[in-house]
Design a protein around this ligand. Structure first.
Ligand code: GLN
Length: 190
């Protein structure tokens, strides 16, 4: 079985590695084009999406990353979700555009206004422990996008085909259910 990749240009990488290893999966940092050969799915972690974009350009990773995300299970967490969204605003920036979602950056406030809360998801009986850290608002742009959890009336966990987006972090908590769900995602035959 191939490893799970975590895009490791910047941001919250190590906690995902720890959770995945605790679930018995090999997890590796993805920093170079060759790394895509070693993995069968990828997490784009939280961090600062504009910094990640600059590094993607600098290391010529934008296109290889985009083609991987179009064809394999991918989970964008917070800044990672912003990178994957079809359209980004407040302020606008380019994106990989692999999922029909609009991302409004920093919708849930500044770093100081970060908060932890419980989020109910149709995936699980018990609510998820969720950390909102300068989190974006994520709005579906197509009926193919399934909303898996809402908070305050807005979508915060969404899936379109093999792409999962969360506006919040779970990897800082001891809850591993969303990682387990991500590991179960497969690519639907066309
Ligand atoms: N506000 C950040 C951005 O726009 C995302 C914050 C996060 O990933 N926790 O990229």
């Amino acid at each position: 079985m191939k490893a799970v990749g975590i895009l490791a240009l910047q941001g919250c990488v190590e906690p995902h590695v720890r959770v995945l290893r605790s679930l018995g999966r090999d997890a590796i940092s993805v920093k170079r084009g060759e790394d895509f050969e070693e993995i069968d799915r990828l997490i784009l972690p939280g961090g600062e999406s504009s910094t990640m974009l600059r590094l993607l350009e600098r290391f010529s990773l934008f296109e290889p990353l985009r083609s991987f995300c179009l064809s394999r299970p991918t989970w964008g967490v917070c800044a990672g979700a912003i990178l994957l969204a079809a359209k980004v605003e407040h302020p606008s920036q380019v994106s990989l555009a692999t999922v029909n979602v609009l991302a409004h950056r920093n919708f849930y406030g500044s770093q100081r206004e970060s908060f932890s809360t419980e989020v109910r998801s149709s995936l699980f009986d018990k609510p998820l422990s969720a950390d909102f850290i300068r989190a974006p608002k994520l709005s579906p742009l197509a009926s193919t996008v399934e909303v898996l959890a809402e908070y305050g009336g807005d979508a915060v966990l969404l899936r379109e085909n093999h792409t999962l987006l969360s506006s919040f972090h779970v990897e800082l908590e001891s809850d591993t259910r969303l990682h387990q769900y991500f590991l179960s995602l497969e690519v639907a035959p066309r």
